[in-house]
Design a protein around this ligand. Structure first.
Ligand code: ATP
Ligand code: LTN
Length: 337
């Protein structure tokens, strides 16, 4: 009997990106970054720092440059490994801007007008409702479609953009024949949504002007402790999950996400203890989680040559892969290559 020889199964491809629009928060870490690190073994992963997207909102040049490199180094410090994954800076790979232009011509004004992020951000930055803010989703579609990604890990707020990406891909494929893989969203399990420490009905967001609302991965231990001590809670003074206890629910969620403990275990542990003790314990647990990341980050950020080697190497591979898709799309449209 001859044994059947099976070809090794091809790993699915994942693409995701994050904007360097501020300092990376605990919310970004728990909701995105940490999952990306875990996905690296099972998928063929391509990640990017989406710096082209970031200028849809005005950026201070010095601060912006610092944020891009900080995000890159921080991701490496968290465990993104350029031996396993491709991890590049979006503006280093020119195919993104080029495909985005092409896709703009296959995206309808009406579709872009319906995007909630556009409506929210144009209300928030009423003095700078630029065309880039409007066409932001076609650049995001280009990011994804260039790599023929099967899955895109995103937060719930990006679902609408992914839906539009799928529509653009379908439309293009419908006109010219199969050119792009139509990607699926990959949304992590619920419970990973960290809320603002000052208004726990809102998500923790790096662009929140109230610095006490978020904890940055690179915040000093004493700053982290201070922010947790100031966290908004309720007047019941019982550490347990409950309705109307958004602040405590959030702190329990944070504690659970950094220690792996369940809400019941946490409740049992803090039975009879006050909120002050609990806040201190959550702060300490977060400090312990970020400590090794910060140590690694500090080493990386002082070695600019190493960082450059990593992002240049990844950009080169990303360019090679994405150029194939771009050429394919251009050929189908009728361009002379
Ligand atoms: P901004 O304030 O600039 O909108 P943000 O902090 O809300 O930034 P995004 O850049 O929109 O973050 O998101 C990056 C990734 O982090 C997304 O995958 C998103 O789902 C995830 N993320 C952001 N905030 C949280 C949060 N509070 N809890 C869990 N995941 C989050
Ligand atoms: N819009 C996303 C960041 C982003 C992205 C992407 C995510 C840019 N390009 C491609 C997934 C795939 C955000 O603001 N979180």
């Amino acid at each position: 009997m001859s044994e059947e020889i099976k070809a090794p199964e091809k790993k699915k491809r994942i693409f995701s990106a994050i904007q360097p629009s501020g300092t990376i928060t605990l919310g970004n870490y728990v909701g995105a970054l940490r999952n990306w690190v875990r996905l690296q073994d099972d998928y063929d992963c391509i990640f990017a720092v989406a710096d082209l997207h970031a200028i849809t909102v005005r950026q201070d040049p010095k601060e912006f440059k610092k944020n891009i490199l900080e995000a890159y180094a921080l991701f490496l410090a968290c465990g993104i490994d350029t031996e396993k994954s491709i991890f590049f800076i979006q503006s280093h790979v020119h195919t993104h801007a080029e495909l985005a232009w092409l896709l703009n011509c296959y995206t309808q004004f009406g579709e872009l007008s319906r995007m909630t992020q556009f409506k929210d951000k144009s209300a928030k930055h009423a003095d700078n409702v630029n065309a880039g803010l409007f066409t932001y989703p076609s650049l995001m579609a280009a990011d994804i479609l260039l790599y023929q990604a099967d899955l895109v890990p995103i937060g719930a707020d990006q679902k609408q953009h992914l839906e539009l990406t799928r529509n653009i891909a379908d439309r293009f494929n419908g006109i010219y024949g199969k050119t792009f893989t139509v990607p699926d969203a990959y949304i992590p399990e619920v419970g990973a949504r960290i809320k603002s420490l000052q208004d726990p009905t809102k998500k923790m967001s790096k662009s929140d002007e109230n610095v006490n609302a978020w904890v940055a991965i690179l915040d000093k231990p004493e700053t982290i402790m201070k922010k947790f001590k100031r966290a908004v809670t309720d007047s019941e003074a019982r550490v347990c999950v409950g309705e109307g206890k958004d602040g405590i629910n959030n702190l329990i969620g944070i504690m659970g996400s950094v220690t792996g403990k369940t809400a019941d275990e946490i409740t049992a542990e803090f039975e009879g203890k006050g909120y002050g003790d609990f806040k201190t314990a959550v702060g300490e647990a977060v400090v312990e989680t970020v400590r090794p990341i910060q140590d690694k980050y500090n080493k990386l950020i002082s070695d600019k040559a190493y960082l450059e080697e990593q992002y240049r190497k990844s950009a080169e591979i990303a360019l090679r892969i994405s150029q194939r898709t771009l050429d394919k799309a251009k050929k189908k449209i009728g361009y002379i290559l």
